[in-house]
Design a protein around this ligand. Structure first.
Ligand code: IMP
Ligand code: MG
Length: 177
């Protein structure tokens, strides 16, 4: 099987993740603790690398969400929570960690959801952002890379559960789908 062409190399990603971790370290230097909430499944590799680059104390939680397909896109909320955090995040400093912001619906939903838990603070971090696809504007506090409107795979991101463990981020051409 051919490999998808490289959009972001392993080295580029590693460098950017390190610099995001430095920014996060600075922001939360006086906070005492931080809860990273990774959105499954796509963020698992990014979260692992980001967390291992942090020097501030932190704990890790995961949540899982499901987006409805285009057919059901007229439902009130296009996103549904499949798995919640294990420990309450009330009064905690929370950083939501996403793989990619595409239409913005997932992150908008998650921000609303976690705001209702009264965290001490709530910020957002995404490795990738496709601004051309925005339907719902969500402010990102930390962003790795802005990318064009292409389907990307690797470094946790999939196409029908394939390509997640590619070490780099590749652009998936239609003939490889
Ligand atoms: P949203 O449209 O911003 O709600 O993004 C929903 C989810 O779609 C993201 O968290 C990803 O899991 C997935 N997604 C969007 N674009 C891509 C892509 O190019 N590759 C892999 N997954 C994607
Ligand atoms: Mg995701």
């Amino acid at each position: 099987m051919d490999a998808p062409p490289v959009l972001l190399s392993e080295a580029e990603i590693a460098k950017r993740v390190k610099s995001l971790a430095e920014q996060i370290d600075q922001t939360y230097a006086d906070a005492g603790s931080l809860v990273l909430i990774g959105v499954l499944k796509g963020s698992f590799i990014f979260l692992a690398d980001l967390a291992r680059n942090l020097t501030i104390p932190h704990r890790i939680e995961f949540i899982a969400v499901e987006s409805y397909g285009a057919k059901e896109s007229d439902v009130a909320d296009p996103v549904r929570l499949l798995m919640d955090v294990r420990h309450a995040i009330d009064d905690e400093h929370v950083l939501l960690v996403e793989d990619i912001v595409d239409t913005g619906h997932t992150l908008a939903y998650l921000k609303r959801l976690f705001t209702a838990h009264d965290p001490a603070s709530l910020r957002t971090c995404s490795l990738l952002h496709k601004p051309e696809r925005t339907e719902q504007d969500v402010a990102l506090d930390y962003l790795g890379f802005t990318i064009p409107d292409v389907w990307v795979v690797g470094y946790g991101l999939d196409y029908a559960e394939r390509y997640r463990t590619l070490p780099y981020i590749g652009e998936l051409p239609p003939e490889m789908r």
